[in-house]
Design a protein around this ligand. Sequence first.
Ligand SMILES: [Zn+2]
Ligand SMILES: [Zn+2]
Ligand SMILES: [Zn+2]
Ligand SMILES: [Zn+2]
Length: 227
Amino acid sequence: MARRKQSRGKCAFCGREMTKGGLSKHLSSCSQRQETIDAANAKRGAAKQLYHLQVQDAWSPDFWLHLEMNGDATLQDLDYYLRAIWLECCGHLSRFSFGGWGGGEIAKETRIDRIFEPGVELTHIYDFGTSSETLIKAVRAREGKPLTAHPIMLMARNNTPEVVCVECGKPAAYLCMECLYEYDEPGWLCAEHAETHPHDNYGDPVPLVNSPRLGMCGYDGPAEPPY
Ligand SMILES: [Zn+2]
Ligand SMILES: [Zn+2]
Ligand SMILES: [Zn+2]
Ligand SMILES: [Zn+2]
């Protein structure tokens, strides 16, 4: 069986494009990242424990993030970040646990350095009806000064998946929710066919955004990092 092509994304430090696994290794040896780390460590301020977190959607592994997070931040900060970049549609409840629904809930006030060490994986569930499940794994920890003033730095994310228009096969830029919900079709459309598409029970086709939640519970973006 032909191996499926894995999604790729760019290193925020040097711009090289790689798979999720490639970046996981690359980020620990990227010379431009190391320069940024050295520059931060030369400034005033307290050193902290910092965690490299690899995040992926549990069911769509093409969607992933590489984050660096301050150890003194909390799961609340991580929840806020995940909602902004991927998940938020209508203010649903969310929870963190070990091992999905089966594991007991971990309080959002919990500090990152109390829960993570390399190898530890948590599940985040957003919306207990039409659930989005996210896996968060600590791949590395280091001591140093944070690279940003925020609790989290985005080191890489997958490029927006390339999908094609169901009408003409050209690159798609829109999604028809009616196709998805009522006809169980992918509903991907190019700009031209989005204009002439006959469905409007769920509003006009929505622009494709880089989120595993697109189309779930009417999620339509913006899928942008909060800072
Ligand atoms: Zn790099
Ligand atoms: Zn919703
Ligand atoms: Zn088309
Ligand atoms: Zn449609």
